[in-house]
Design a protein around this ligand. Structure first.
Ligand SMILES: *[C@@H]1O[C@H](CO)[C@@H](O)[C@H](O)[C@H]1NC(C)=O
Ligand SMILES: *[C@@H]1O[C@H](CO)[C@@H](O)[C@H](O)[C@H]1NC(C)=O
Length: 188
């Protein structure tokens, strides 16, 4: 029987340029071994649309032979709502809803969009995931990545809000259904 219980957050921090920084968090089961934050190199990219979110997710999924996700407006509305709710502080606090959830914040040119969040979650973490042991490299994060390529997840929705605590800063959240990151199960 699957158990999907508690939610934890982790603050990642990036000092890429003086005025550019990021943080990220994902919800995981309570038994999860907490990895430490890691640095992420941001990527410049243009407009965030559902198609773009889906394409970036499905690109990562196709690389490991996992079927595509579909955009779900219920999840997207939930994510948008929560991002707006968090816009006052943009803290890496999870919504504690029924969905899988990757959260992120970025501040500065090039780290405030879907491409930057996906680069942090996928490119930044794929190298930390060891399939054989089904674990993250010691002291590293890979839980955002494993949610993104989780085979049983079929739908996603993401939302972005401008943070009011700083200039040029956003909070991004993606929700997934069915949720992934079950302890003892491989993503694919
Ligand atoms: C979208 O997701 C919600 C929540 O999981 C679900 O109830 C709904 O059926 C989904 N919509 C579609 C079109 O699959
Ligand atoms: C949106 O957020 C508010 C709190 O700000 C919450 O009460 C409401 O249930 C949320 N709506 C949805 C659809 O998630």
């Amino acid at each position: 029987m699957k158990l999907y219980t508690s939610f934890l957050c982790l603050v990642g921090f990036l000092a890429y340029q003086p005025r550019v920084s990021q943080g990220l968090g994902y919800r995981v089961p309570s038994q999860y071994q907490w990895p430490k934050p890691h640095n992420v190199v941001p990527l410049q990219a243009p407009h965030d649309t559902p198609e773009k979110w889906v394409r970036l997710h499905n690109l990562a999924r196709s690389k490991v032979g996992v079927g595509p996700l579909k955009w779900n407006t219920t999840l997207a509305n939930y994510a948008k709502n929560y991002s707006q709710q968090r816009s006052g502080d943009c803290e890496l606090i999870h919504s504690q809803g029924p969905y899988g959830e990757n959260i992120y914040w970025g501040q500065g040119e090039g780290v405030i969009d879907a491409a930057a969040a996906m680069k942090a979650w996928v490119d930044g973490e794929v190298v930390n995931y060891d399939y054989n042991s089904n674990s993250c490299e010691f002291g590293k994060q890979c839980g955002h990545y494993t949610q993104i390529v989780w085979k049983d997840t079929t739908q996603l929705g993401c939302g972005t809000a401008k943070c009011s605590d700083a200039e040029n800063k956003v909070f991004i959240t993606c929700n997934y259904y069915p949720p992934g990151n079950y302890i003892g199960e491989r993503p694919y």
